[in-house]
Design a protein around this ligand. Structure first.
Ligand SMILES: [Zn+2]
Ligand SMILES: [Zn+2]
Length: 362
C-alpha cells in the first residue's frame, strides 16, 4: 500500500514529505493507522546536523498513537480495532532485562533488525526506532505495540510514548521520588514539564523549575512548579538560590537540557548525603561529563534513564490511566497542532524554544 510519510534525507537538509510503499504484515508484526504523533528533538537531530548518522533516507517519528488495522500470525496481545501507542523500546517479556524490575531496556532494543517495511522509490528505507510514526500507517513488531484504553484521546496521550514516559517516569520510576521531597528541574520543555507532572504526582512539597525563557513560567506553574528560576538573568546565582530555597540542596535534580555544564550544576544543587540527579537531556556526542569528584563522594547519586524506566507494554498503560483519572494533566503540554505537511514548520517551532509539544493530527 502507499503511505505519505516525513523523512530525513540527510543532515542539514529540511525534513521532507513523500509517498512510500509500505509492506503488509509478516509474522508477529502489527499494522497501525496513525491518528496522532508528537514531534521530538531526537527526530530533529537527524536533519539539523547534531548527530553522526549515515543510514539515509530515514523515516522519522517515534511518538504517537493509532489504531490497529491488521496483525500477522503469532500476535496475541492486540487485534484490529485496538487503540495503541507504538513504543521505541520493545518489551519482549522474556529477556533478562524484561524479567528484572531494574530496567525497561529490553535486550531487543540493542539488536539490529534487518526488516525495512518502508520503500522510497524502490529503496528499502529504515524507520527511526523501527517505528516511523510520521507516516499515515506503520508496520511494527508486536513487542513495540502497547494497548491502551479506547477512552483516551489519542491526540493527547500520543505524547506519553516519548516525552511523557521519559519525564513522568524519571520522577516516579527512576528517581522514585517520595512525598514531601524537593526537586529541581532544569529545562522546562516537553520532557521537563512531564518531570514536573511526575514530581507533583509523587507528592513533592517543592518543585523548582529552571529555564532561560521566562515565558515558560506560567505553564511550569500550571504543571506544579512552586518556584521559578530565570537562568537568563545576568549574574543569576542559580546554585546559591537553590541551596537557600531547599535548606542545603534539593533531594532530586533532573537535567532535561542536554548540556554537560548544566548536568554538573544539577548534581551540585542536590543535597550532600542523598541528593539524586537523573540525566535526561542528550549530550551532543563530543561532550564529556566533568563532575567534581567530591560531589559524588559526598553521597550524591547520578542516574541514567531511557523513557523514564517505564516498561513500555506493561507500565505505559498506567500513565494513560493516570491521565484518564485526572491525576496527570497532559492537555497543557500540547502547544501546537499541525497537519503532516506542516511538519517543517512544526520543527521550526520546536527549535525556536517557543513550543512545548507539537502534535500532528492525521
Ligand atoms: Zn523522543
Ligand atoms: Zn525483553
Amino acid at each position: 500500500m502507499q503511505v505519505v510519510a516525513a523523512y530525513a534525507h540527510s543532515q542539514n537538509t529540511p525534513i521532507a514529505v513523500d509517498t512510500f510503499e509500505l509492506d503488509g504484515v509478516r509474522e508477529r508484526e502489527v499494522l497501525i493507522e496513525m491518528k496522532a504523533a508528537g514531534l521530538c528533538r531526537s527526530d530533529m537531530s537527524f536533519f539539523d546536523g547534531s548527530r553522526d548518522w549515515s543510514d539515509y533516507p530515514l523515516v522519522l517519528g517515534h511518538e504517537g498513537a493509532g489504531v490497529v488495522l491488521d496483525c500477522g500470525s503469532g500476535v496475541t496481545h492486540v487485534r484490529p480495532g485496538d487503540h495503541v501507542i507504538p513504543v521505541a523500546i520493545p518489551e519482549c517479556g522474556e529477556c533478562p532485562a524484561c524479567r528484572s524490575r531494574k530496567t525497561n531496556l529490553c535486550d531487543l532494543y540493542f539488536k539490529p533488525t534487518s526488516r525495512r517495511p518502508f520503500r522510497l522509490q524502490g529503496k528499502p528505507t529504515r524507520a527511526f526506532c523501527e517505528l516511523g510514526t510520521f507516516s499515515q500507517r506503520i508496520i511494527v513488531r508486536d513487542t513495540q505495540v502497547t494497548k491502551i484504553s479506547p477512552l483516551a484521546p489519542m491526540d493527547v496521550v500520543c505524547c506519553l510514548g516519548c516525552a511523557g514516559a521519559t519525564g513522568i517516569g524519571a520522577a516516579l520510576f527512576t528517581a522514585r521520588m517520595e512525598a514531601n521531597s524537593s526537586a529541581v528541574v532544569f529545562g522546562l520543555g516537553g520532557i521537563g514539564l512531564n518531570v514536573v507532572e511526575g514530581a507533583r504526582i509523587a507528592g513533592a512539597r517543592m518543585i523548582i523549575g529552571v529555564d532561560s525563557n521566562p515565558a515558560k513560567e506560567p505553564f511550569a506553574r500550571a504543571a506544579g512548579v512552586t518556584h521559578f528560576v530565570d537562568a537568563s538573568k545576568p549574574g543569576a546565582d542559580t546554585l546559591g538560590l537553590i541551596r537557600e530555597l531547599t535548606d542545603g540542596g534539593a533531594d532530586y535534580a533532573f537535567e532535561c537540557v542536554g548540556h554537560a555544564d548544566i548536568l554538573r550544576l544539577a548534581v551540585e544543587c542536590t543535597r550532600i548525603g542523598w541528593g539524586t540527579t537523573v540525566m535526561l537531556g542528550v549530550l551532543p556526542g563530543a561532550q564529556e561529563l566533568a563532575l567534581r569528584p567530591r560531589s559524588i563522594q559526598e553521597g550524591r547519586r547520578l542516574l541514567g534513564s531511557y523513557l523514564g524506566n517505564v516498561k513500555t507494554r506493561t507500565e505505559l498503560p498506567l500513565l494513560v490511566d493516570m491521565y484518564l483519572d485526572g491525576r496527570l494533566h497532559l492537555d497543557n503540554l500540547i502547544s501546537h497542532r499541525i497537519s503532516l505537511d506542516q511538519i517543517g514548520e512544526g520543527f521550526e517551532l520546536l527549535a525556536s524554544g517557543d513550543a512545548r509539544r507539537v502534535v500532528i493530527d492525521f
